[in-house]
Ligand binder design. Sequence first.
Ligand SMILES: [Mn+2]
Length: 320
Amino acid sequence: MPNQVKEKVYILLSADNHYARYCAVTILSILENTSSPEKFEFHILSPDISQENIQRIEKICTHFDATVSVIPINLELFSSLPAFQKHFNLNNYSRIYGLNQCKNCEKVIYLDCDIVVLADLSELFDFELEGKPIGAVPHVQLPYQYIFRKNFNFANEDIYFNSGVMLIDATDWRLKKSGDVVLEFCIENSSKLHFADQDALNVIFWENYCHLPGVWNVEARLYKEKLLGLPQHEEITNRMQNPKIIHYTGADKPWSSQNYVPMRHLYTYYSEQLCERFSWFPSQMEPKKCSILSLVKFAWSCLYFRTSRIKKLIKLNLKK
Ligand SMILES: [Mn+2]
């Protein structure tokens, strides 16, 4: 038999032991939705993942003929780096540092572990970066974006990207020592950064990244904002109709929040699959629905937002 080299799809994830289950959900959703799971090679950056959890994740990968390896991370490496808001975990920096450790990959997809993949990820892997060092989904609408632009002197164009899904030219990243550049930037500019290394990545790759199709990073919060009646760009509306990746950004995670979390059922489906097919422990703690009280609160805010917008419109029209 000819010595055939299988072309691989490299996926980089970062999870501490607490995130192992969510990481497994992301991996299972990837493998369930690709026609060539055997091509996938997962690398998990972790400071403390237990042997037990590694074996559980291996069991999923073996089932699909995919491979997984854990890259140990020493968090002390990041002890001089700024820590941010309450939810910030120093392990967030692993993805920046960890790319240097994936020596054999030329290209890699980095994914957060608060993600469910709904389409064949090898399609994203094959996306042409057109000579750019990274690819990401632009036009994240964040309320603080104007501060970001003011702090870093950027013109008004709205191309801020979310760093939870990135296609990275790993050879270029290692060659230019981009990891060191980003981490040094975080230290020097810590007072100006709101979203830590995501802000840093945006500054460093501003106008020098490949715009990936929006369907590859659809934030769940967008569906909530639509119900609230907040204005949405046409491109955002389009990406929401055919999501290929759902990303549960923000504090309301589907595994812990009692609030209304759009697309929660997708997470729940894969989380239950872990138990039914791969003998993971059941997760009684995970709320499958939002509480009645939160639902009422949310319905009230929808009503409030919409009526205040209507009032504004009426006022504007009366002035004319
Ligand atoms: Mn995320």
